[in-house]
Design a binder for this molecule. Structure first.
Ligand code: NDP
Length: 451
């Protein structure tokens, strides 16, 4: 039996209740098969076995008191997956679906993504099953403080640097950082995604959405195409989705969809700059539901379905798809429908938004398919730039950071294509991203010996 299959089987047997982690491991490891033959030293050093095991996973109790004076208890996580090439780095997710398997899938993916960025960052992920939706600012603050009261033991500017993810935006990072600063009495770059006033970087809020769009533009350019006059479907309506809409519109595309976990809106006229500003205010300040967009702009709103279900059910024509909501949002049926409706390019703003069946459809039909670990790496890259600025005690201009982001996205795109070609899989971004990300981490692990 191949070592790859043995490792995948062992992961499934050891932790049978972690389907998302199995999916991520299988997706990555299967594409690493060609490295087994070329690098017997990896096999001998058991790199494949070691790379699927987190360095450590911490699970902790988060007790806090709500506005009514009731005690609430949530569960906190930090999975420090791999620090072979730099300090642990990866976001915090606050969402009721958070569990150890989801944290492990995200930390595992993050390890390869961070390696691809060319910056020295290891992989980690953390979060809680706490749901910020419907909570007052005071309750969110109390929860963040209780969460940091335990998390602070495990993180540090040279150790592990968390950032935002689903449910953790500027407000939450502010509360988390403020509390860390209070209890440690130090002002260091221990979190990224900070506001400008206390050590943040320009372009960090925009970086994931912008980066995904830059990556998609690079992919399109390989077929002499661009965003001009293309119809674009974006899912989600949070941080990544908002800035993807902004950049696509700037590049001449017409975004016609958004969603949240309650509804999807379809605006055939396009979500222009003004409408995008409305979404930002609705989601980031009023914390409202996307349905309110349809009420204001009198467009289609379908409750209970995500963007990809609506596109399939209504036969909507789409040229480019940017899934920016959550994992496994595009299944095989929806992928078939997307291709049938004219989609030529999928670039993933979210982490693992396409199921294995969906990826198979995209690859079989030979449309451009950019996996999340490459296409959405702009967020963590700019977090890396925020860390650099914190270390230098300098702030770069908006243009400088944006320019570096663009250069990084182009270099990730090139690394994917070059590596895919070197392994006889020309144009296969999945294989290219996985092998390129893996190789740097594997080499570092090999250099350290058995630790
Ligand atoms: P946000 O919390 O800002 O936004 C998430 C959006 O997705 C919300 O609109 C949310 O709706 C929607 N959503 C969540 N679950 C579902 C669902 N099951 N069906 C439909 N819509 C859903 O998160 P981000 O924008 O930061 O993250 C989005 C994705 O991008 C995640 O996969 C994340 O891991 C990934 N990512 C984020 C990075 C970052 O820098 N922020 C970096 C790299 C990847 P609702 O408001 O109802 O919850």
């Amino acid at each position: 039996m191949s070592v790859i299959k043995e490792v995948i089987d062992k992961v499934k047997q050891t932790d049978p209740d972690q389907p998302e982690f199995h999916q991520a491991v299988q997706e990555v490891l299967e594409t690493l098969e060609p490295t087994v033959k070329r690098h017997p030293e990896y096999v001998k050093a058991k790199i494949y076995e070691r790379i699927v095991e987190p360095e450590r996973s911490v699970i902790f109790r988060v007790p806090w008191v709500d506005d009514k004076g009731n005690v609430q208890v949530n569960r906190g996580f930090r999975v420090q997956f791999n620090n072979a090439i730099g300090p642990f780095k990866g976001g915090l997710r606050f969402h009721p679906s958070v569990n150890l398997g989801i944290m492990k899938f995200l930390g595992f993916e993050q390890t390869f993504k961070n390696s691809l960025t060319t910056l020295p960052m290891g992989g980690a992920k953390g979060g809680s099953d706490f749901d910020p939706k419907g909570k007052s600012d005071g309750e969110v603050m109390k929860f963040c403080q209780a969460f940091m009261r335990e998390l602070y033991r495990y993180i540090g500017a040279e150790v592990d640097v968390p950032a935002g993810d689903i449910g953790v935006g500027a407000r939450e990072i502010g509360y988390l950082y403020g509390y860390y600063k209070k209890i440690r009495n130090e002002h260091t770059g221990v979190l990224t995604g900070k506001a400008l006033e206390y050590g943040g970087s320009l372009i960090r809020p925009e970086a994931t959405g912008y980066g995904t769009t830059y990556f998609a533009a690079e992919m399109l350019a390989t077929r002499n195409l661009d965003f001009k006059n293309k119809i674009v479907a974006v899912s989600g309506s949070g941080n990544v989705a908002q800035y993807a809409v902004e950049k696509v519109t700037e590049m001449g595309g017409r975004v016609i969809t958004l969603c949240d976990s309650s509804a999807t809106i379809v605006d055939e006229k396009g979500i222009d700059k003004k409408k995008c500003e409305f979404v930002m205010e609705l989601k980031n300040i009023k914390r409202g539901r996307i349905k309110e967009y349809a009420d204001k702009y009198k467009c289609v709103c379908v409750e209970g379905l995500n963007v990809w279900d609506v596109i399939r059910e209504q036969g909507i024509k789409v040229d480019i798809a940017l899934p920016c909501a959550t994992q496994n949002e595009i299944d095989g049926r929806n992928a078939q429908a997307l291709v049938k409706n004219g989609c030529i390019c999928v670039a993933e703003g979210a982490n693992m938004p396409s199921t294995p069946e969906a990826i198979e459809v995209f690859q079989e039909k030979k449309i451009l398919y950019g996996p999340g670990k490459a296409a959405n790496a702009g967020g963590v890259s700019t977090s890396g730039l925020e860390m650099s600025q914190n270390s230098l005690k300098l702030s770069w201009t908006r243009e400088e950071v944006d320019n570096r982001l663009l250069i990084i996205m182009k270099s990730i795109h090139k690394a994917c294509l070059d590596t895919a070609e070197a392994y006889d899989r020309k144009g296969d971004y999945v294989t290219g991203a996985n092998i390129a990300g893996f190789t740097k981490v594997a080499r570092a692990m090999l250099a350290y010996g058995v630790v």
